[in-house]
Write a protein that binds this ligand. Sequence first.
Ligand code: ATP
Length: 444
Amino acid sequence: MSETSTERMAKIVSLCKRRGFVYPSSEIYGGLNSCYDYGPLGFVLKQTVKDRWMKSMIQENDNIEPLDSSILMHPKIWEASGHIANFSDPMVDCKTCKGRFRADHLDKATCGLKPSKTPLTCGGELTEARSFNLMFKTFMGPLEDQSAVVFLRPETAQGIYVNFLNVMTTARQKIPFGIAQIGKAFRNEITPGNFIFRTREFEQMEMQYFVKPGTDEKEFDRLKEVRRQWHISNGLKESKLRFHAHGPKELAHYARAALDIEYEYPFGWQEIEGIHNRTDFDLKNHEKFSGKKLSVFDEETKSSYVPFIVETSAGCDRTVLTLLVDAYNEEVVTGEDEGPRVVLKFSPQIAPIKASIFPLMKKDGLPERAEKIFESLRKHWRVEQDVSGSIGKRYRRADEIGVPFAITVDTTPDTVTIRERDSMKQVRVSESEIVDYVRKHLEV
Ligand code: ATP
């Protein structure tokens, strides 16, 4: 019988907990719905994703600058951006199972009483759709009155827009240029779920590209492919990625064009990143609400204009989930190392731990040689030593967390065996060449 998407996700969630990628938040208190904590391996994986994203933006482009703006911002920003008026999802309740659902996601939801059905097909009676604003509210200072209301940002983008002139002038940039930012965002989602796919607190990796009106469509087309390639460069299977262009009804209030990069998760095709042509909507509104000019002077035409913005907005947690889902494999090994294995086939660049070093025995100088190899590798990458259990068990442990290279130190002097995770092939490498071997294979 083939595995259901729920079963597959349950296995991934369990591996994440067992091996220290992701834990439920506040677990000893029974957890907090849709909040998660990243454990030692999850932290490194997520950090790797963020580093690769930021590098692909600011190190590989002369005209993209980094920013780290605050989460709490002037409440007028959310009026100007349209979030107070428009950042809501339609919500319905089922009178039969008492479930609460997003009216625009009913086909992806599960009935509370009949899990094999959706709220559309289960026969339950739904209420009229009501609009539900997704922004979290809190108060700044000791008084809890209307004048003290501030919001937890639902996207990092607005912090970029209000700093657009600051960055342009201090970094001496000219249009076209971009601002890249990674940071937390908060949305009071009606139906969070699918593990870290949809949560109420999450991190975004957003790049806002400021362009001259008229060049926006070309940049939109260029950036969508740049972003698809980035996901492929992380090792995601190309066949599991596709574009989904938004039709007029799906377009957000600020967008002229929008396109999702989708991945085929066990629970279906879903967005991993959005590319949006936001026109001059945001900057013009910030001009209107702040009273400050946000235009640039065009030397060619000797006139001023408000730039258009093309946005690339990826979820960091969602990227981590995608990498885990894409890497997860169950195999049956035949021959010497017989038996089932779970293996995370991360690309070596993504793997949180690059190599595991196994001294075959705790004697004959093997632990000392292993220690020396460990010291030489840890200068460059995060690596681990595993000294307990049979070699077969140690391979299984390393496979389960996606370590690409397992280095066994045996009694043959001056050489080790390196076993490659996916092919399970072993090669004998001279001890003095291990660092070069790993480096060469990490660069592929
Ligand atoms: P959806 O339609 O799924 O609610 P969206 O179109 O509102 O998503 P965007 O506003 O375009 O999403 O956000 C950009 C990216 O931020 C998304 O592609 C996703 O990766 C990530 N993201 C958005 N909401 C969440 C969430 N609740 N939890 C985790 N990541 C999220």
